[in-house]
Ligand binder design. Sequence first.
Ligand SMILES: Nc1nc2c(ncn2[C@@H]2O[C@H](COP(=O)(O)OP(=O)(O)OP(=O)(O)O)[C@@H](O)[C@H]2O)c(=O)[nH]1
Ligand SMILES: [Mg+2]
Length: 225
Amino acid sequence: MAEIRVMRKVLASNDALAASQLEQLDRNSVFGVNIMSGPGAGKTSLVERTIEALGSKYRVYVIEGDIQGSLDAERVAALGVPVTQINTQGACHLDGLMMSSVFPGIDFSQVDLLLIENVGNLVCPAEFTLPVHCNVTIISTPEGSDKPVKYPLMFTKSDIIVINKIDLLPHVDFDAEELSRAVRKLKPDIPVIRMSTKTGEGVDGWISWLEEKLTGRKEGQGRLS
Ligand SMILES: Nc1nc2c(ncn2[C@@H]2O[C@H](COP(=O)(O)OP(=O)(O)OP(=O)(O)O)[C@@H](O)[C@H]2O)c(=O)[nH]1
Ligand SMILES: [Mg+2]
């Protein structure tokens, strides 16, 4: 069908663009992270916690993706970290073209860690490759543990799954074991970590995972998976 062919072409040209942008990060030894989740699962909160933990050790740069507004960018800027807000004007994901509009304005020689917060959506962000070395999916406990079965691509595309809002476990129907099993059916070796960005519980697991990737990474190594 013509429509399917067009979509494949769009995705292929996005992949090529993202690959060349990733080379730019590699030339500057920047480690890129794409953070994805449904709306409100805790992406900006994870960015904030990451900056608090690693901001004095690594030069962090943040790209915020939202349909409109700059609320998340303001939260990041309040922590003294450089940030660029992309407004997608209705699009439900970030993509390579949008990155091309902001990359020239960023001096990557002054960056160690690039955190990209994607638009809150469990579907489209997984389809559009970004110039990063790892993809993170956050699922929060009020969303339910069936999400890997219903939205498999995002989990398959990820290198680590974060279960956030574990402080709410006594109040919601969420089975962390069921979620882990469903995720591992899609991707057997993927780490699944539990945290609350609100209380700070479990955040250290994410920080050590990320720091291990950051420090262990050699220039030009490319994506984790
Ligand atoms: N109880 C609880 N609330 C949390 C936790 N993490 C984030 N929140 C709250 O959840 C709401 C959304 O958090 P954000 O970090 O803004 O989520 P987001 O994924 O960036 O949201 P969008 O960018 O709008 O998609 C805020 O009110 C947070 O305070 C958590 O671990 N526990
Ligand atoms: Mg956000």
